[in-house]
Design a protein around this ligand. Structure first.
Ligand code: PLP
Length: 496
C-alpha cells in the first residue's frame, strides 16, 4: 500500500512522502498529512523479538512507502547508533504507579532527538531521489530543544544550511549553551527578541513568502523545515508508541490486545499526535492524556471545543511547552472533521484573524473523547518532582513532572486503572535549576553547572556525557534579531 500525502487545507495536489518531507510545509500554508493510514498488519505478540531499529523499519516503511528499503535501513542505522547513551534507545522504567518511556538518551537530552537524528538522512535522501540540486536551507523555530537537536542532526550535512531561531530569555541556560556552542560550518543560531510563538510565526511567514522563495531559488537555495510541521518529524515519533506496546508485551506487563494509556507533556502537539497516528494504525491505546503547564490553551480546547489564543503567555519552568499556537492540532482537526479541508482552512484563518479563536463542530467535539486534557502550575511541578523522588528515588524533569501530575489528577477524577505510560521528554539535567528544588530542600547556588554537579551528588545519577564541560566550550554564535527582522537575518546569513 502506497501512502500519499496532501495539505490539510486542500489546495494542493497529492505528494509522495519524499516530496512532503523535502517541502516541509504546503504552499497553501497547510500541513502535509497522510491521505490514508497504514495498519499494523502483524500480530503485536509476534513482534516481541524486534529491537528499536526493527520497529522503526516496520513503521517507517509503511508511512514512507516511496523510499527504498536500502535508504530506510541506512537512515535508521545512522540515526539510532551510539549517539544514544542507552543501548535500548528508548528505555522503559517502571516507577511509582506508572511506566516512564525515557526518550531523552540522545545527544541533546530531550525527545526531539528521536526524530531529529533521522530527519536529516530522510531529507537528504528525499532531495537525491527527487533530483533537487539546490542547497536545502533548514529553518527551525525552537522553544529550546528542537534547535539543538536539529543543529546536531544537520551539522556538516552536505548541501544543507541550518538556521535556528530561539527566544532570547525563553530557554534554559543549558539549552542556550548547547545551541550557541554548536560546531559545524553550516550551522547558524539566532536569538530573537520575542517568544516561541513569534519565532514559529516568523519562520512560517518566510516559508509562505512567495517572492522571497523565488529569489532564494534563483540563488540556488530551497527552504525546508525541521519543526514538527514537517511530516518527516512526526512519522519517526510513531515508532516509540508501537515499540512501547511491544516491549510491555514482551515483559509480560500487559497481555495481547490490552489497551494502555499514554500521558504526553504537550506543546506543539507533535508528540501526542504521533500517539494518535499509532492508534489509527491499530495500536491498542485507550486514552491519550494531554498535559499542559500554565499555558493551558489545549486543556481549555479539549474541554470546551474552543481554541482561543486571546490570553496571557507565561514563561514557566517547563519552557519547551510554553506555546499558545500548537501547530499540529491542525492535523488533528483534519482527522476529526473527516478530511474537511475547507473547514480546517476556515478555522485556521479565524485563528490568524482578528478573533484569534475558533470553535469545532459538535461532531468533532464528540470525537475528541479519546483525549483527556489537564494542566499543572509551576509549584505543583516542583512538588511532583519531590514527591516522586521521595517515594521512589526516580528523578523527573519538569516536563515529565507536568505529565505525571496530570496523570494523578486523571486517575483521581476518572478512577481509570488502565496501565499507563508517561512519555518522559527530557533529562532532569536539562532543567537542573528547577529540578534541584524538588531533590534538595533549598540551595543558594545559582550557577547552573554547579547545580548539575549537586544534582548528581544527591541522586547518584551520573551527568550525561553531552553536557559535561558544556560551560567550558567556546561560544560560536551570537546573532540577535528583532522578531520582525527574521527574513533579513536569513538573507544576511546566506549572503544574499
Ligand atoms: C518539544 C518538547 C515538548 C512538547 O512536545 P510537542 O511535540 O511540541 O508537543 C515537551 N517536552 C519537551 C522536553 C520538549 O522538548
Amino acid at each position: 500500500m502506497v501512502i500519499k500525502y496532501k495539505s490539510t487545507r486542500g489546495n494542493e495536489e497529492t505528494k509522495t512522502s519524499a516530496e512532503a518531507i523535502l517541502k516541509g510545509i504546503a504552499k497553501d500554508k497547510g500541513l502535509f498529512v497522510p491521505i490514508s493510514f497504514p495498519t499494523i498488519d502483524k500480530k503485536l505478540e509476534e513482534m516481541t523479538h524486534m529491537d528499536y531499529k526493527e520497529v522503526a523499519f516496520y513503521v517507517l516503511e509503511k508511512f514512507l512507502s516511496d523510499f527504498s528499503e536500502d535508504d530506510l535501513r541506512d537512515a535508521i542505522e545512522n540515526a539510532y547508533d551510539e549517539k544514544f547513551e542507552a543501548k535500548e534507545i528508548a528505555p522503559i522504567v517502571k516507577a511509582s504507579d506508572a511506566y516512564f518511556l525515557e526518550l531523552y538518551h540522545g545527544k541533546t537530552l530531550a525527545f526531539k532527538d528521536m526524530a531529529l537524528s533521522i530527519l536529516p538522512h530522510l531529507l537528504t535522501k528525499a532531495a537525491k531521489k527527487l533530483g533537487e540540486d539546490k542547497k536545502v536551507v533548514i529553518l527551525a523555530a525552537t522553544s529550546g530543544d528542537t534547535g539543538k537537536a536539529a543543529l546536531e542532526g544537520f551539522s556538516d550535512v552536505d548541501q544543507t544550511e541550518i538556521i535556528v531561531f530561539y527566544p532570547d530569555n525563553g530557554v534554559s541556560e543549558v539549552q542556550k549553551r548547547q545551541m550557541i556552542t554548536q560546531e559545524g560550518k553550516n550551522t547558524h543560531v539566532v536569538a530573537i527578541k520575542g517568544n516561541f510563538d513569534d519565532a514559529q510565526s516568523g519562520v512560517k511567514k518566510i516559508f509562505n513568502d512567495d517572492d522571497f522563495n523565488e529569489q532564494m531559488n534563483e540563488k540556488g537555495y530551497v527552504f525546508s523545515s525541521a519543526n514538527s510541521i514537517n511530516i518527516g518529524r512526526l512519522v519517526p515519533q510513531v515508532v516509540y508508541y508501537v515499540y512501547t506496546y511491544i516491549e510491555l508485551l514482551k515483559r509480560g506487563e500487559i497481555t495481547s490486545g490490552e489497551k494502555i494509556n499514554f500521558v504526553v507533556p504537550t506543546g506543539n502537539f507533535g508528540n501526542i499526535l504521533a500517539g494518535y497516528y499509532a492508534k489509527k494504525m491499530g495500536l491498542p491505546i485507550g486514552k491519550l492524556i494531554c498535559a499542559s503547564n500554565k499555558n493551558n490553551v489545549l486543556y481549555d480546547f479539549l474541554n470546551t471545543g474552543v481554541y482561543n489564543i486571546n490570553r496571557e503567555f507565561f514563561m514557566t519552568n517547563s519552557p519547551s511547552m510554553d506555546i499558545l499556537i500548537s501547530s499540529n492540532l491542525e492535523r488533528l482537526l483534519y482527522e476529526l472533521s473527516d478530511h474537511d479541508e475547507s473547514l480546517v482552512k476556515n478555522m485556521m484563518n479565524q485563528l490568524d484573524g482578528e478573533s484569534k479563536q475558533y470553535t469545532i463542530t459538535p461532531k468533532m467535539k464528540e470525537l475528541l473523547k479519546g483525549f483527556y486534557g489537564g494542566f499543572t502550575t509551576e509549584e505543583e511541578t516542583i512538588e511532583t518532582i519531590k514527591k516522586v523522588y521521595d517515594q521512589s528515588k526516580y528523578v523527573l524533569d519538569t516536563h515529565t513532572a507536568v505529565a505525571y501530575k496530570v496523570y494523578e489528577e486523571y486517575k483521581k477524577e476518572t478512577k481509570d486503572d488502565t496501565k499507563t505510560v508517561i512519555v518522559s521528554t527530557a533529562s532532569p539535567y536539562k532543567f537542573t535549576k528547577s529540578v534541584i528544588k524538588g531533590v534538595v530542600a533549598s540551595t543558594e547556588e545559582k550557577n547552573e553547572f554547579k547545580l548539575i554537579e549537586m544534582l548528581s551528588k544527591n541522586t547518584g545519577i551520573s551527568i550525561p556525557e553531552p553536557i559535561k564541560d558544556l560551560d567550558k566550550k567556546e561560544i560560536l554564535h551570537d546573532i540577535k534579531c528583532e522578531k520582525d527582522a527574521m527574513k533579513d537575518t536569513v538573507k544576511g546569513i546566506l549572503g544574499i
